[in-house]
Design a protein around this ligand. Structure first.
Ligand code: FES
Length: 175
């Protein structure tokens, strides 16, 4: 009797966890069709065509990945705290000195758009991780900040910025 009653909450806990995972996957899947429908077909993109990305579905604090010319592109909707952290740094002390303002478009400071390829040996970094809560490359331990600038580890340079522009208040064209 005792064994049964202690087993039941465990099964229930599992169900809650499983439901939570399905919910998270569903939310991520919902973003992709919105992005996909605005892009040219795959062969045109592979040939280097610009892609347009609607930023409206990207929640504050969320980072999405899109692919442009075969490269992963990170689009981060930064929080006020992340912007402030990026701007509180002494630029001269950085391995690859660049102000946060140089890495975003004026008036769109919350949007950080990066090529998601580590400048050390080309791994794809993890987002919102590492010592600076920006990007972390687990291959050899490079830590990038909330502006995508290298702060610690073997990578020699900041995460690159792809060519892009705002074509509307919440839409960019990459390429
Ligand atoms: S490839 Fe990223 S740290 Fe080496």
């Amino acid at each position: 009797m005792t064994t049964m009653s202690s087993a039941e909450p465990t099964r229930r806990d599992f169900l809650y966890i499983a439901t939570g995972v399905v919910g998270a996957v569903g939310a991520a899947a919902a973003v992709w069709p919105l992005i996909a429908q605005m892009n040219p077909d795959a062969s045109t993109i592979a040939a280097g065509a610009p892609i347009e990305v609607d930023l409206a579905p990207i929640a504050e604090g969320q980072v999405i990945k899109v692919v442009w010319r075969g490269n992963p592109i990170f689009i981060s909707h930064r929080t006020q705290k992340e912007i402030e952290e990026a701007r509180a740094v002494d630029v001269g002390s950085l391995p690859d000195p660049q102000s946060d303002q140089q890495r975003v478009k004026q008036g769109h400071d919350q949007w950080l758009v990066l090529v998601g390829i580590c400048t050390h040996l080309g791994c794809v970094p993890l987002t919102r991780q590492g010592d600076y809560n920006g990007f972390f490359c687990p291959c050899h331990g490079s830590h990038y900040d909330t502006s995508g600038r290298i702060r610690r580890g073997p990578a020699p340079a900041n995460l690159p910025l792809p060519p892009y522009e705002f074509v509307a208040d919440s839409k960019i064209r990459i390429g």
